[in-house]
Design a binder for this molecule. Structure first.
Ligand code: HEM
Length: 487
């Protein structure tokens, strides 16, 4: 017997030959008893699952979150109580617009998704490397993404469509300014920050609610690439950089911080705290350091772990809730729906997605239910309806203690559509960011904008210049000059 492992079929039978199919004579056709060849070909046909509709290209790794400050003042979240406690995490970084084999170095936001495997279930923070987003209402997301991805006819990137969307949505200006700035192309996933961007809620043991935002500050320092440097990079460089850093024991880390706003502050604050296109100024809501996230283990199998990883903003734990942010509300539906389509109805039984604490519920069956590889036994012989008379004998029951405190709506909250008002301030924070940049950064911003905007129609260019002017007259003047220089 050789020292090698025995090659078997998918059902464990030893395979006599993996080079040659059975044929009728050396020059003859294959015969019908080639069931092993057929098994291989049929499985191969099914090797792909749909790629993520956004954030298709990404890289994942495991790590540890260490709490450095108890958060019990603000939240009952179990993993945020005891200083020094460690929680296992899985993180996936990504670009947004490109397909699975696109470049890691596109000018594009970067996804920053963290799954915390806590003792009270999985908590996912599905954020980006930017503190704001382009939009304020989930209904706009599909149109926005269509405009940023490839043209339906040419299948080529379409800067004219991108700017046409932005020209019609001044609410995007803040994020466009970030994207076109020198932070638009991070040098690697290790050298960028992560943000929840959205506002979420904490609640404490007294039932008090607080609004908060996550900030993960890179301990490696920020590093970005110029467009020329990015163009010279190998397409898979950011993935290679992360895998190799972890393999050589150079574990990247981020300092986790939060901004916190009380419910009373939220009622009076001059910025809508649930508007994803705005930041909360740090002067008003300072960063509070809470922990450290370190990545220290690569995946063993990219497809099984990273490709099938399922992050959802609705994966919340007691003590952390959503907020009325209209984008976040849409995301509470979108992700689990995507997972059911992309990975399957029992995606949460896969090892990368499975909770590290016991899971008991009354959901049953569906594709792959109970597969030991998928980590579940379909709840075994347990009763499959609720309520049931087995409750006293240990059947799963809800725990009212973990209910979120009731959330007050605004007074006179009429159910209606509330469009963004014409007098809405989309400009001050974009202008602040522009004024914060030095001369070289302003020039780089104008050049990056002109590159795409020069391909848009005169009407789109005019509307974009109006937006820049409302943020800062110099912003518009610089973009106009950069456009002329390209003409
Ligand atoms: C209403 C707005 C949005 C919708 C409908 C939406 C929808 C989606 C969908 C369907 C996916 C693919 C999920 C999968 O197949 O596993 C995805 C991925 C992702 N989205 Fe969103 N998204 C929205 C806004 C945002 C925002 C504002 C952020 C960041 C603040 C964000 C961050 C991410 C990240 C990081 C991923 C990749 C997760 C992973 O690594 O698997 N998305 N989004």
């Amino acid at each position: 017997m050789s020292k090698n492992t025995l090659l078997t079929t998918a059902t464990g039978s030893p395979v006599p030959d993996d080079d040659t199919s059975i044929s009728a004579g050396p020059r003859g056709p294959l015969t019908w008893d080639n069931h092993y060849t057929f098994e291989k070909l049929a499985h191969f046909n099914r090797e792909r699952i749909p790629e993520r509709v956004v954030h298709a290209r990404g890289t994942g790794a495991y790590g540890t979150f260490t709490l450095t400050r108890s958060m019990s003042e603000w939240t009952i979240a179990d993993f945020l109580q005891r200083e020094g406690e460690q929680t296992e995490a899985f993180v996936r970084f990504s670009t947004v617009g490109g397909g699975q084999d696109s470049s890691d170095y596109a000018r594009d936001p970067r996804g920053f998704a963290v799954k915390f495997y806590t003792a009270e279930g999985n908590y996912d923070m599905v954020g980006n490397n930017t503190p704001v987003f382009f939009l304020r209402d989930a209904i706009k997301f599909p149109d926005f993404i269509h405009s940023q991805k490839k043209n339906p006819r040419s299948n080529l990137p379409d800067p004219a469509a991108m700017y046409e969307f932005w020209a019609n949505h001044p609410q995007s200006l803040h994020q466009v300014t970030i994207l076109m700035s020198d932070r638009g192309i991070p040098a690697s996933y290790r050298h960028m920050h992560g943000f929840s961007s959205h506002t979420f809620s904490f609640w404490n043991a007294e039932g008090e609610r607080f609004w908060f935002k996550w900030h993960f500050k890179t301990d490696q320092g920020i590093r970005n690439l110029s467009p020329e440097e990015a163009a010279a990079m190998p397409p898979f460089g950011a993935q290679q950089d992360l895998v190799e850093a972890i393999d050589r024991g150079d574990f990247p880390s981020w300092t986790a911080k939060v901004q916190i706003m009380t419910e009373a502050q939220a009622r009076d604050y001059h910025i809508n705290p649930f508007d994803l296109t705005k930041i909360w100024p740090h002067g008003d809501f300072p960063l509070i350091e809470v922990g450290r996230l370190e990545l220290n283990r690569n995946v063993e199998n990219y497809f099984a772990e990273t490709e099938q990883a399922c992050f959802a903003p609705s994966n919340l734990v007691p003590g952390i809730g959503a907020s009325p942010d209209k984008m976040l509300q849409g995301r509470l539906l979108a992700y689990q729906d995507a997972h059911r389509y992309r990975v399957g109805v029992n995606a949460n039984q896969l090892p990368v997605n499975a909770a590290r604490c016991p899971v008991h519920h009354y959901q049953r069956d569906g594709a792959m239910a109970g597969c030991p590889v998928a980590g579940g036994n379909n709840q075994g012989s347990g009763v499959n309806f609720y309520p049931n008379d087995g409750i006293n004998a240990g059947a799963p029951v809800p725990e009212p203690r973990v209910a979120e405190p009731p959330m007050p709506l605004e007074e006179e909250a009429w159910v209606n559509r509330y469009p963004v008002g014409a007098d809405e301030d989309h400009y001050s924070q974009a202008g602040d960011l522009f004024r914060w940049m030095d001369d070289a950064q302003r020039e780089g911003l104008a050049r990056a904008i002109a590159e795409g905007l020069s391909q848009a129609s005169p009407s789109v260019q005019e509307r974009m210049l109006e937006q820049f002017a409302r943020a800062d007259a110099e912003y518009a003047a610089r973009v106009e000059a950069a456009l002329k220089a390209r003409a």
